[in-house]
Design a protein around this ligand. Structure first.
Ligand SMILES: [Zn+2]
Ligand SMILES: [Zn+2]
Length: 177
């Protein structure tokens, strides 16, 4: 698979929280494969209650437009999905439901979470995760610095995609062909 931004750069995979994540070694964007996220859904994690906030909870707040990037897996154009006033843009593939996040984008998501969620709770939660998983992280150092953000996003995505509240997931099914 090639990076949708750098095009001629091949994505590398790394193990993050027991899930394979593909990242671009040049721009550090990250590709989340839907099936990979689904693998995480059975895991019980009651600490995820802090995610049950007003996040992506209104279907009418989703906006979508045609993107210019190609899905690294299917090689077809992705959709750009926006949510409300969050200024977050996520590239989603209609066919495989994979999600591409620019490096800047996952930082924005985390910032937005910090604004909306109980920061204390989220922070403690992330810290524990960080302790647990930073040692086994096999990716490159620049990503290691952002592993906390990445893990948070990963948890969010696996929760929102495959878990109890698959709203983003069901929204994807309504995307125009
Ligand atoms: Zn790239
Ligand atoms: Zn795809």
């Amino acid at each position: 698979m090639h990076c949708p931004i750098c095009k001629d750069i091949k994505l590398k995979d790394t193990l993050l929280y027991n899930i394979n994540v593909d990242y671009c070694p040049k721009c550090l964007g990250v590709w989340f494969d839907r099936d990979e996220l689904r693998q995480a859904k059975d895991e019980k994690d009651e600490n995820l209650d802090w995610l049950d906030i007003d996040l992506w909870s209104n279907q009418k707040d989703f906006k979508v437009s045609y993107g210019i990037r190609l899905c690294p897996s299917c090689r077809i154009p992705t959709y750009e999905v926006y949510y409300g006033d969050s200024k977050i843009v996520v590239d989603v593939c209609k066919a495989c439901h994979g999600v591409w996040l620019d490096r800047a984008e996952f930082k924005k998501i985390v910032e937005w979470l910090k604004e909306k969620a109980d920061y204390e709770v989220m922070n403690n939660y992330s810290k524990n995760l960080f302790k647990e998983f930073s040692e086994i992280f096999t990716g490159p150092d620049p990503l290691r610095d952002e592993i906390l953000d990445l893990i948070t996003i990963l948890k969010l995505f696996s929760y929102k995609f495959g878990g109890k509240r698959p709203l983003l997931s069901s929204f994807l099914l309504t995307l125009p062909k």
